[in-house]
Design a protein. Structure first.
Length: 162
């Protein structure tokens, strides 16, 4: 691991039947990848910005006597930083061809799986489309069965400190 671990705003370890609920955001990386190092910084910064937004939304909801936990879209994000060489068992048959690769999965489906550039706006737009603006009955493109199997294992883990 490069640098000091920084906690991202991860959902409380709420579970349903022992499984963490919410949306999992996993960055598949490698210790030797310098682009992954750049993306770790982006994840930390976007995560911190989301935490600030949540605090502001909670303050506004408290002032208006509304509950924001149901309305605030980032509440149940579980962040994962996964070194593909250190956690090969978790990845299973997933073949990562480009770094960094991001996997976004909720309890029902894999919402995104693919390489991303380490840019704040790209990550925020991706999260907006896959988490905030997504409808409950949204249909997502089919993904490789190896990604589905990885997502099933990932759903069993609480979020990390990255």
């Amino acid at each position: 691991m490069v640098g000091r671990a920084t906690a991202l705003p991860t959902a409380p370890n709420a579970t349903h039947g022992g499984t963490p609920v919410g949306t999992h955001v996993a960055c598949l990386c490698a210790a030797w990848c310098r682009l992954c190092d750049d993306y770790r910084k982006v994840l930390r910064e976007v995560g911190a910005a989301l935490a600030t937004e949540k605090a502001a939304d909670l303050a506004a909801a408290t002032a208006s006597a509304m509950s924001s936990d149901l309305a605030w879209p980032w509440t149940a994000l579980h962040w994962h930083w996964i070194d593909i060489e250190d956690e090969a068992d978790l990845l299973g048959e997933v073949d990562v061809e480009t770094f960094p690769t991001l996997v976004i999965a909720d309890a029902a489906a894999v919402r995104f799986a693919g390489p991303v550039m380490p840019q704040h706006d790209t990550l925020r737009r991706l999260l907006r489309v896959t988490v905030v603006d997504a409808q409950a009955d949204e249909r997502w493109p089919a993904v490789d069965p190896a990604i589905e199997a990885f997502a099933a294992r990932l759903r069993q883990r609480p979020g990390d400190t990255i």
